[in-house]
Design a protein around this ligand. Sequence first.
Ligand SMILES: Nc1ncnc2c1ncn2[C@@H]1O[C@H](COP(=O)(O)OP(=O)(O)OP(=O)(O)O)[C@@H](O)[C@H]1O
Ligand SMILES: [Mg+2]
Length: 151
Amino acid sequence: MIVKTRTPVETQALGRKLGRLLKGLDVVCLYGELGSGKTTMTKGIAAGAGFRGRVMSPTFGLARLYRGKRLTLNHLDLYRVGAAETGDIGLEDFLHDPKAACVIEWPQAGAAYYPKDRLEVRLSHAADGRRLAFKAMGRRSRELLRRLESA
Ligand SMILES: Nc1ncnc2c1ncn2[C@@H]1O[C@H](COP(=O)(O)OP(=O)(O)OP(=O)(O)O)[C@@H](O)[C@H]1O
Ligand SMILES: [Mg+2]
């Protein structure tokens, strides 16, 4: 599925739809260059999980936890993490919490730890906004994508 959004508000709205569909153990990987909209998308996802507080890139930590009304969301940003360090950051604890879904910005470094069945989103700059390419990697993520398409 490919979606184009013209404004950050549209990207957030799409994120909110996805956030409403997520449940514990779901993993969403957000790939894309600086400023492509990963955190903007995450704001919407958190809103869809029922979280009302502030969402920002976990610049000074690695992870932020949003306790939404409906679902807890772990927001990870591995921008500053090298592949060799991923063993030290307890990635598994975030990924294996049955009550939480995970959204990961700059997910490259942690690739070895993700479940095979995850939703991958590739964000890029487009002439009139952003382009978001969604790819389901398994059964559950296919279901998510199917439901997102008709949401
Ligand atoms: N269609 C759009 N969708 C999302 N953001 C947009 C769009 N159009 C313009 N923008 C702007 O692009 C910027 C996206 O910033 P954001 O922090 O979401 O990017 P990011 O991918 O998380 O970057 P980083 O790699 O630094 O974490 C914001 O300033 C936002 O206002
Ligand atoms: Mg960001």
